[in-house]
Write a protein that binds this ligand. Structure first.
Ligand code: PBG
Length: 324
């Protein structure tokens, strides 16, 4: 009781504040998303994602070395696929010589201990820009999970440590786990995007991969942002089906969900600070309306405080540089 208890005693100096701080950031918290393109010596800017790039494989190699030297130990790979290779079934996704498969191999060659996670969904490969197969204007579930399972095995064969299904089809974790087991990839893990909302915050990412849906939206498979109980059902189902890590996405708009998932389940929880969150912070900082570094640290620390063990963020490199 006041005056014996004065909360401000623990806030008097940075020394005491850091001594009692419950949550802080370190390099091992981060998963670095990387965008890969065909070509040589390509490091392309993405207008809606300032200071973020698409890399050709040779440049990717350099970037991986840099990330490793900074203490970053896990990457999440995405590929931008040429339009001529896109079709409704995402056939290119299972090409053993496809860009994703070569990217995985390249990372493992230059940095065998870097943890490689791969995005599993059809959208970058789909002529319709949807995460699943389209039939009569609908995104069909079960034919899609068969392809996602094949895609996952193909990534595992190329050397991926974890596959990360981001498509939100029902039963895809089960289909993927079963296919990995059958192909003897018993140690290949699954980080499932379990609670992924149909969100406006993915816009800049779709610019980066040229993967915006050609018709309609993703609301028949990604979750309605008015719901939270549904997120817990999704997470429970994915754990049941064999997910090793569950993810919530987007991040800042869903910290309540991150918190509920972390409290209700005993598996590592990941959260994704998505492209739109990154773009908002960058844009406000460019205008001088917010302090870039302060907002970066504050927003990411909030993920930890909410209960995320792992954070996927486009700020990963900047933040570890700042942490020193
Ligand atoms: C693909 C995928 C998306 C993101 C990650 N994987 C886009 C989408 O679902 O439309 C978004 C990531 C971001 O915005 O940073 N299924």
């Amino acid at each position: 009781m006041y005056p014996f208890n004065r909360n401000r005693r623990l806030r008097q100096s940075e020394a005491i504040r850091s001594l009692v701080r419950e949550h802080s950031l370190s390099p091992q918290d981060f998963l670095v998303p990387l965008f890969v393109v065909e070509g040589k010596a390509v490091k392309e800017t993405i207008p809606s994602m300032p200071n973020y790039y698409r890399y050709s494989l040779d440049k990717l190699e350099e970037e991986i070395k840099t990330l490793w030297s900074l203490g970053l130990r896990a990457v999440l790979l995405f590929v931008k696929v040429d339009d001529t290779l896109k079709d409704n079934e995402g056939t290119e996704a299972i090409n053993p010589k496809g860009l994703m498969q070569r990217a995985i191999q390249r990372v493992k060659e230059v940095c065998p201990d870097m943890l490689v996670m791969t995005d599993v969904a059809l959208d970058p490969y789909s002529s319709f820009g949807h995460d699943g197969v389209v039939q009569n204007g609908k995104i069909v579930n079960d034919p899609t999970t068969v392809i996602l399972a094949e895609m996952s095995v193909s990534h595992a064969r190329a050397g991926a440590d974890f596959v990360a299904p981001s498509d939100m089809m029902d039963g895809r974790v089960f289909a993927i786990r079963q296919a990995l087991e059958e192909a003897s990839f018993i140690d290949t893990g699954i980080m499932s995007y379990s609670a992924k909302y149909a969100s406006g915050f993915y816009g800049p990412f779709r610019d980066a991969l040229d993967s915006a849906p050609g018709f309609g939206d993703k609301k028949t498979y990604q979750m309605d942002f008015g719901n939270s109980q549904e997120a817990l059902r999704e997470v429970a189902a994915d754990i049941d089906e064999g997910a090793d890590i569950v993810m919530v996405k987007p991040g800042m708009a869903c910290l309540d969900i991150v918190s509920q998932v972390a409290q209700n389940f005993h598996v590592p929880v990941a959260a994704y600070q998505v492209s739109g969150e990154y773009a908002m912070i960058k844009a406000a900082a460019e205008k001088g309306w917010l302090d870039h570094d302060q907002i970066m640290i504050e927003s990411l620390t909030a993920f930890k405080r909410a209960g995320a063990r792992i954070i996927a963020s486009y700020f990963a490199k900047d933040v570890v540089k700042l942490l020193g």
